[in-house]
Design a protein around this ligand. Structure first.
Ligand code: ADP
Length: 605
């Protein structure tokens, strides 16, 4: 069974390493990129128009200079001279103004595309199943959301605009040169391959060096992260690996440094070669143009204008050669983003899914099997009924599959075979929203986001009144604790505020679920041992929480097990025993064994 997300499929996790993938600038990719411009087609057209006008305006000053040399100066015509100088100035000013407009439009379009993509990505990632998040590396999602998507901005405001601008400058200049004198134009153009070829080569070399440097630097960062974080540091110290780690770091550091030196030197040599070749063009023009002048075929002004215009030919050619690498890099960036967009959320509503109530209904597992990975079954043949309004306790060794059973109910994962029904409805007939709205989940590691206690509670119900919040906290036996804090319900929790103990956090999370008041409760009791007072409060809080609800609790405490209407003993993905505390004790089986071994520390598992 395949649980891949990407278009490429795969097992269990998605393939993220696309660094080595060959990026093809396929038509499909270009079309898809172009799709993002559609909402901004007016602005895009305007940018292109501005670029064309700017390209044409750029041709004028050299032509004015030609007029100055060939007309105004020989004729000693002061009026014409001033007029031409003013015209030159005027063109420059207008070009500058157009540049400002172009800059505004660039930012407008590129930032709006980034905005659209970020929203689209966020929405998409919200729909990805839990499995996706357990498969990706930490930080991966943030990188895609931030630097990858932001990189797109540069693609438009640099790559696309530069490409178009250079293309227009190149075309308009080439046409003008040919009109002025086709022989000279041809000569100027013949030089182009001389510097294009080394530029291409150089582009590739520096691209490779940059990539290698990047790899070395990330290797270096990894060493830093692994050895200079709390747990890594401890490991290094306790195993006295400082010297070895230092040597490793030093080696990578040295390699990175030498790569960087090579990179900067490669650039220098290249610039030297390049400036030699680009100056050959003008020299040839002076030589051959001078000859034509002597022959009386060409004016001095034309030679000067020609050389000036030549710069407008070589500049764009050079930039476009470098752009090739940029374009490839941009395409890779888009591919990385599109790879994410192409991952299909596996768990979605069926077309005919309805909003169904779970209140007062039994939860029934029938021959349910599930595997996280193709060759490793986590659950097989799980059948049981959690009757409406009763408490089912799951016990068993760690890794037995208890959490997996509970994760299937809100469809955080999808069963592979068998059926899971609530009342008469398969859980797949529920809309995901209605299913999850009716399930309260209290996990072992309670997650409280960085905000006030009140904000954390109101996450369950943004409309909750003060009275309801207090009632829920009282029922969860946490109210007295909260009001004992200097800022009461407005106390900020998490890394900016008070640190709460595990027991307190779990009680807040119980209060949060009480506010949501769903008919089904799934709870993973905390395994950490609590002092007697906390233990008592948690028990009372749980009592409030589970009352009248259909509850499935991964039980670690004897009190919970004793209170359960039924106990399921899970081992290696199956239910091996089932009954009440008393009946199971009498069976003298797995449960009895667990009980005998672990009763004393009051913690089962
Ligand atoms: P329990 O809750 O009883 O400790 P779990 O349901 O967490 O057990 O785990 C059951 C089995 O599934 C274990 O072998 C565990 O390693 C495996 N497992 C749990 N979560 C994942 C996951 N996200 N991906 C792959 N395997 C998993």
């Amino acid at each position: 069974m395949s649980r891949g997300f990407g278009p490429s499929g795969g097992h269990g996790r998605m393939k993220f390493d696309d660094d080595n993938k060959k990026t093809n600038l396929s038509k499909a990719l270009l079309l898809r990129i172009a799709g993002y411009f559609i909402p901004y087609w007016k602005q895009t057209l305007l940018v292109m128009a501005v670029l064309v006008v700017t390209a044409v305006l750029g041709l004028l000053p050299p032509l004015f200079i030609q007029q100055i040399i060939d007309q105004a100066l020989p004729d000693k015509n002061m009026r014409l001279l001033v007029l031409l100088v003013l015209a030159s100035l005027g063109t420059t000013v207008v070009s500058g103004l157009l540049g400002v407009l172009q800059n505004y439009l660039n930012s407008f379009i590129s930032l709006h595309i980034v905005y659209d993509m970020k929203n689209q990505m966020y929405r998409h990632l919200q729909k990805m199943p839990l499995q996706f998040y357990s498969g990706v590396q930490q930080g991966e999602v943030i990188t895609r959301m931030t630097s990858d998507i932001s990189g797109v901005q540069g693609v438009f405001s640099n790559t696309v605009v530069n490409f178009a601008s250079n293309l227009f400058i190149l075309a308009s200049t080439a046409i003008t040169l040919f009109i002025m004198n086709w022989k000279l134009a041809l000569l100027g153009i013949l030089v182009i391959p001389l510097f294009v070829v080394p530029t291409r080569k150089m582009g590739n070399i520096s691209w490779k060096l940059a990539k290698q440097t990047q790899e070395k630097i990330s290797e270096q960062n990894q060493i830093i992260q692994e050895t200079l974080s709390i747990s890594g540091y401890l490991l290094m110290k306790l195993f006295t690996k400082e010297a070895a780690e230092y040597t490793k770091f030093q080696t990578v550091n040295e390699e990175a440094t030498s790569l960087q030196i090579r990179q900067s030197m490669a650039g220098r040599w290249f610039m030297m070669v390049l400036s030699t070749f680009t100056s050959i063009g003008p020299l040839l023009i002076y030589l051959y143009g001078g000859y034509l002048f002597i022959q009386g075929e060409l004016s001095i002004g034309a030679i000067v204008a020609f050389v000036a215009l030549l710069g407008r030919l070589y500049g764009p050619v050079l930039q476009m050669t470098n752009l090739y690498v940029d374009i490839k890099r941009s395409a890779a960036l888009f591919e990385r983003i599109f790879d994410y967009f192409d991952m299909k959320p596996l768990i979605v509503d069926k077309p005919e899914a309805r909003s169904i109530s779970a209140a007062g209904k039994d939860i029934v597992f029938h021959e349910v099997s599930f595997a996280y990975q193709a060759d490793k079954t986590a659950l097989h043949g799980i059948s049981f009924t959690a009757a409406a309004g009763t408490l089912t306790a799951l016990v068993g060794p760690s890794g037995a599959g208890k959490t997996t059973i509970t994760n299937l109910i809100p469809r955080l994962y999808e069963t592979d075979s068998g059926t899971l029904t609530i009342g008469d409805s398969n859980i797949r007939d529920f809309t995901l929203e209605s299913l999850r709205a009716q399930i309260g989940l209290v996990t072992q590691d309670t997650y409280l986001f960085n905000g006030t206690i009140r904000e954390n509670l109101m996450y369950a119900d943004p409309e909750a009144s003060e009275a309801r919040i207090i009632a829920a906290c009282q029922a969860a036996y946490i109210h007295d604790f909260i009001i004992s804090l200097p800022e009461g319900y407005d106390t900020v929790v998490g890394n900016r505020g008070v640190k709460l103990s595990g027991g307190e956090k779990q009680r807040i999370s119980i209060a949060r679920v009480l506010l949501k008041n769903p008919p089904v409760i799934i709870m993973d009791e905390a395994t950490s041992s609590l002092d007697t007072a906390s233990e008592y409060y948690i028990q009372q809080a749980m009592h409030s929480l589970l009352q009248g609800k259909t509850s499935i609790v991964i039980a670690h405490r004897l009190s919970t097990i004793m209170a359960a209407d039924q106990i399921l003993v899970v081992q290696a993905g199956t239910i091996v025993e089932q009954g009440t505390h008393q009946s199971l004790l009498e069976q003298h089986g797995v449960y009895r064994d667990l009980y005998d071994k672990q009763y004393e520390p009051k913690v089962l598992t």
